[in-house]
Write a protein that binds this ligand. Structure first.
Ligand code: ZN
Length: 141
């Protein structure tokens, strides 16, 4: 795979160095059949070092997961070999099934089929709370 010649796919750029693998795992990219490349510790004029993920397929990715792990990334969508969309995402307001509530008395720990939903309370400090029991999510996962 020539990582610079994606025809139809997604490039996730400006991932903080060291978070590329976390994103790779959370997005389940290891389960895909298509070529996926992670570039670690690439030089970045703005960030010093950064990670980049390139997915050589036009597949839906979970922007909530990406926004939660690395809110300042740039998503580049490539179609027919041309960059057709560049977007930034930021912290999602609602997280659905990205993190799990750690409160053992929370309804989500007994009702297995319930979605794990968190709402953003404070974007600056990246505080999320469970919508069912109000427990604060641990800030790093
Ligand atoms: Zn809860």
């Amino acid at each position: 795979m020539n990582i610079d010649s994606i025809k139809n796919g997604i490039v996730i750029d400006h991932i903080p160095a060291g978070r590329g693998m976390t994103l790779y795992d959370l997005l389940g990219l290891g389960k895909l059949d298509c070529p996926v490349a992670i570039i670690k510790n690439a030089n970045s004029s703005a960030m010093g070092k950064k990670d980049i993920i390139k997915i050589d397929a036009d597949i839906p990715v979970n922007l909530d997961i990406i926004g939660y792990v690395a809110p300042n990334v740039t998503i580049n969508i490539i179609r027919d070999g041309v960059l057709c969309e560049k977007r930034s995402i930021g912290l999602p307001k609602i997280l659905k099934n990205v993190i799990r509530c750690k409160n053992p008395r929370c309804i989500t720990s007994t009702e297995q089929e319930l979605d794990h939903v968190f709402r953003l309370e404070n974007a600056e400090e990246k505080i999320y709370r469970c919508v069912y029991c109000d427990t604060k999510a641990s800030s790093d996962s």
